[in-house]
Write a protein that binds this ligand. Structure first.
Ligand SMILES: Cc1cc2nc3c(=O)[nH]c(=O)nc-3n(C[C@H](O)[C@H](O)[C@H](O)COP(=O)(O)O)c2cc1C
Length: 215
């Protein structure tokens, strides 16, 4: 891991992250550092710790050109060092056995508990209506995506999340198997132009306490 001392603090990261749409096309990010960011992102919480997110990293110039029309010709996908397709794995819960075995080996979970937990959870996920499972992988995919963007910002990079792409064409062009659902694309790179500033609704307008009727 690169030294944490070089990273921006949370207060700065969260205030200075803005969606950046113009990147320095000459600036690259090593695969090692991209993997560090993905590893930090994957510290995000997930349903039963199933981690049903998968990443397709598009960092090759030819692959970026393939992605361009699929991403509605948003040129950040060719200018940024990489674009990461965050995918939700509808079969991902099948990894729970391995995940819980790792937790046992790390001393975080008693063996009996792990066995029972895995058995119950796998049964539960396997029986879920497809729409419910899809919602779960999309929710968890949003969490990992946000964490990836914050990790990038902490390291001095910028990002833009993108829902503006054709999922069917993405699946076809990049050989994405049926059980993986595209959630969003995230371009990451060195900003050439800062992101536009945006505003947020006042917290008092969007927050209720204890009961929505009482305001
Ligand atoms: C799910 C999602 C999809 C988005 N899709 C796009 C997109 O396709 N292209 C784009 O330029 N920005 C996209 N954005 C970025 C938003 O426009 C941006 O987050 C919003 O305007 C707030 O600005 P900020 O990110 O700079 O705070 C998307 C954001 C989210 C969360």
């Amino acid at each position: 891991m690169s030294t944490k001392l070089e990273m921006k603090d949370y207060a700065t990261v969260v205030r200075e992250r803005h969606s950046v749409r113009h990147y320095d096309a000459a600036a690259t990010i090593s695969r090692e550092e991209l993997k560090e960011m993905l590893a930090e992102a994957s510290l995000a919480p997930s349903s039963s710790n199933t981690q049903m997110w998968r990443f397709l990293v598009i960092d090759d110039p030819e692959a970026k050109q393939t992605l361009l029309p699929i991403a509605n010709n948003q040129k950040q996908v060719v200018e940024a060092a990489a674009t990461i397709a965050v995918l939700g794995d509808l079969n991902g819960y099948r990894e729970l056995g391995r995940i819980n075995d790792m937790a046992v080996k790390a001393g975080y979970m008693p063996e009996d508990f792990a066995k029972q937990f895995t058995e119950n959870a796998v049964k539960l996920y396997a029986a879920l209506p497809p729409e419910r499972l899809r919602n779960i992988v999309q929710t968890d995919g949003g969490l990992v995506s946000m964490q990836l963007m914050l990790s990038a910002k902490a390291r001095g990079y910028d990002t833009v999340p993108m829902g503006g792409f054709n999922p069917e064409k993405l699946i076809e062009a990049f050989s994405i198997p049926d059980h993986l659902v595209p959630i969003m694309l995230i371009a990451v790179g060195k900003a050439a132009t800062p992101g536009r500033l945006t505003v947020r609704l006042p917290i008092d307008d969007i927050t209720s306490w204890n009961d929505m009727k009482k305001g």
